[in-house]
Each structure stands twice: as C-alpha cells, then as structure tokens.
Design a protein around this ligand. Sequence first.
Ligand SMILES: [Zn+2]
Length: 248
Amino acid sequence: MRRRAFLGAVGSVASLSTLAYATRGSAETLAVRIWFSEAAATYDGVADRIREYLEETLALGYWTLDLSVGGTVSVSTEDAARLTSRGEWPMAVAAGELGRRELEPVSDVNLLVTDGGMEEAPTGYGIPHVASVGGARHIASLDAFDEVVSGTRWVVPNTPPARTIQVLVHEIGHALGLDHGHGVAFHHGGAVIATPMLSSYAWDPAYGADSSRCGTTLPTSKDRDRKLSLAFSSCARRALAAYDGGLL
Ligand SMILES: [Zn+2]
C-alpha cells in the first residue's frame, strides 16, 4: 500500500519529507520526471540537455533510468528554492497524485526546473522525491557533456551553465535521500574540486565541514581555482546503492 502512504502525507510538506521509503527491490527502474515553469519552457533544448547529462550522471548500475518530461507548470514565482521549501511544488505533486490536477508524478524524483537566478543561494531545493532548481537559461547555453566534462572525475568549470547542471544533480541527490555530507572536495590539477552534494559549500566559510559522511576533511580552497565535478562521491554512490524507496 505504498500509494496510501503517499496520500497520507498530503497536507503537510513536513510529513512528505519524512516519509519512510517503501521497500524497493534491486535492479529496478529509477523514475525521474521533469517539469518546466512557463518561463523555463520558453528556452529551446533544455529538456534534451538535461536528459543528456542525467543519462551520464545517474548511470550508476543500480537501476535503469526512466527519464520523462511531465510538461509545463504554472507557478507563482521562478524562485526554485522557495517553490519547494514553502510547499507549492510538493503540494502540486501531491494534488497530481490525488487526481486533483493535471500532473502525473513518478515514484522517485519529481523535478521542477524554473528560470530562477543562480547567483544567490539557495538556487534549488530538494526533499525526498520532490525537487526544484532554477537556471533554465543557463542549461539552454550549456554545451554537450563530452565537450564540457574532462577526466574520469568529470570535472567542469565553475561557470553558470556547468554550475546549474551540477545544482540540478545536487537537488536530485536530495530527492534520493542524500545530504551535503555525502559530498567531498579534493585537490586536483592545482584546483579544488567539489562533487555534486557538496557543490559550492566547499568554499563557503559558514559550511559545517564536520558533517561529512564520507570521512574526509575539506581541503583548503585558498589561492586555488574552484571547479566542480559532476560525478557523485564514492560515499554518495554507496548511499544511492542503498536507495530503496519509491514514493507511489
Ligand atoms: Zn543542498
């Protein structure tokens, strides 16, 4: 009765975020569905670009990725973090599941992409199974995966397009149960490089570095170039391997 568990959460974003994951067998499908705000939907190629990147970053061998586009959603703001943290997007997902609006959620990740700004944090937000991120205009100008990513650790420059796709992967990580402690940073080629779950917290002096779940310490970013990696850390991948919960 996994469906009933979800319906029981309607009315409370807090309870939605604390839902216990239902039992999930191994080697199943990971269902990810993406919606766009009306402003985000005005850019060409965004869905295809997201698909290209997620087919790489979520190809982890624990599941078969089933990525789909849900359509366009009318929202009250392009502020992606606010849409999830204040409940508007989680409630829309819940209403869709109840058949009260034309929106069909999937079991694992229901991601809303807006054209919200990517300069001031928070630029996205994720709770179990529900996430949102801004920056559609930046994804529209993102080059192909093979042109942007370098090396086995999938290092990308800290530019608005690459940062936006990393934050998108970050919020999907939250939707799958990961937190910032599943991210790491490391020195490589003279730069400090942050994996998706840590992201720019790697060089934020206010970040509590002792929250690492990976047993690593934050390397200094002083006098170093700051770059990003699109590859989940090994401890994030271990946590994803243990992900066992569909929502519906
Ligand atoms: Zn986060």
